[in-house]
Design a protein around this ligand. Structure first.
Ligand code: SAH
Length: 383
């Protein structure tokens, strides 16, 4: 079946070109493009018909060429702490996870970059998933649009019946690309998507409130910074190559020295725009005082923040989380060296929405299927 492209995720220049191709007079293209953009991303309309400022004929032509479709919610789970995890169903049946994390001062949406992941980081649940494909720009942007629909998170005057003050704790103010997959293995679609969600005339998320996290795809780091101007986070997790090769195997291809050199090339790096280094605390593996001191030395010449992440265990994971007193001792050393080193509070653990726990039910199902296949049929079962 030939399905029309989604209007969500088309870049501004692509949309302008498309309008020109549809016969919109050259003098009107810019205005029409802006109107449609505003309906899509500032007002959050769910239907092309609802774009009142666009004349009927053009609405019909638009609808001939495009559909306007958010992602389908296959599953929604809410944690005791208010974190919401959605399993979104894509057109081809694959599923990805998106997580909303409300906090008193902000609301963060954690979006996915790929179905599954090819990196195989030893401590990460997503890495155990085999199926992988890149998300399209439409699917990247639609995660934000769909979450805003569900949370009724469009500008307040557009929400029917919303009273003043409604949605304050629901507002998506920040986006982190820390869901499933490696964003820098999907760099082109990711850059397009991030430029759409940060466009000031639309979803208008501040680039300073968008953070792209990478395990270290070195050649893509600087170009991504130049194309998007968002914030960077590096999944460091180890301070020497031997251990990092084991925990984050992409380190064999791009070792620490190359990774840190690439960080120094990040555009506009300054104390106001520091790089976040994520460091997962694994009991007896990477959590010693000596490693904390080495971490400080390693980052000495980079404007950096350090984010200590308590390891979130999953069934069958080969590690345990470092005990709280170890995390504290590690954090103290890093703090004394002058780094803010917040320990990330795990959110949504009860619904498997915490860092590195994302993995779709599809694969759990196929694991169960595998077990069934491996188990001989009971006596008397149909031959
Ligand atoms: N591929 C990207 C983004 C996805 S992972 C990257 O590697 O940065 C987002 C963050 O969660 C990374 O820092 C990752 O190392 C961390 N993470 C993965 N599994 C985890 C787990 N079980 N517990 C805690 N953090 C985890």
């Amino acid at each position: 079946m030939d399905i029309k492209p989604n209007l969500i995720g088309i870049t501004a220049p692509e949309l302008a070109q498309s309008l020109a191709d549809m016969g919109v007079p050259a003098a009107q293209v810019k205005m029409r493009r802006r109107q449609i953009w505003s309906w899509l991303y500032a007002h959050g309309v769910e239907d092309i018909e609802a774009m009142h400022t666009i004349n009927k004929d053009l609405r019909a032509t638009l609808a001939d060429h495009y559909r306007l479709e958010p992602l389908k919610v296959a599953e929604e789970q809410m944690s005791d702490d208010g974190t919401i995890k959605w399993l979104f169903q894509l057109d081809d049946g694959f599923r990805v996870e998106t997580v909303y994390i409300p906090e008193p001062s902000r609301g963060t949406l954690c979006i996915s970059a790929q179905v599954g992941c090819t990196l195989n980081c030893r401590f990460c649940h997503t890495g155990t998933q085999k199926l992988v494909r890149n998300l399209t720009t439409a699917e990247i942007v639609a995660q934000v649009v769909t979450a805003r629909h569900i949370l009724k998170d469009w500008s307040r005057h557009n929400i029917e019946g919303a009273s003043a003050g409604a949605n304050i704790n629901r507002h998506i103010s920040n986006v982190v690309c820390m869901g499933m997959g490696e964003p820098l293995y999907n760099a082109e679609n990711m850059a397009k998507g991030l430029n759409i969600i940060s466009d000031g005339d639309g979803l208008a998320l501040s680039r300073r409130r968008i953070t792209l996290s990478t395990a270290g795809v070195v050649p893509e780091i600087k170009p991504m910074g130049e194309k998007t101007g968002v914030m960077l986070a590096i999944s460091l997790h180890a301070v020497n190559d031997d251990l990092r090769n084991e925990l984050v195997p992409i380190n064999k291809k791009y070792p620490l020295a190359e990774l840190l050199a690439a960080c120094k090339q990040w555009p506009n790096l300054s104390n106001a725009k520091r790089i976040t280094f994520e460091y997962v605390m694994l009991d007896g593996i990477n959590d010693s005082d000596a490693e904390a001191r080495q971490l400080v030395r390693l980052l000495a010449s980079i404007p950096a923040k350090i984010n200590l992440i308590p390891f979130n265990p999953w069934a069958g994971s080969p590690y345990e989380c470092a005990p709280p007193e170890r995390v504290k001792a590690f954090a103290d050393i890093v703090n004394k060296a002058g780094y803010a080193s917040p320990v990330r509070r795990p959110r949504g653990r009860d619904i498997m929405a915490a860092c590195g726990q994302l993995r779709t039910a599809d694969v759990k199902k196929s694991a169960a299927e595998k077990r069934r296949e491996a188990t001989p049929a009971p006596a008397g079962a149909r031959a």
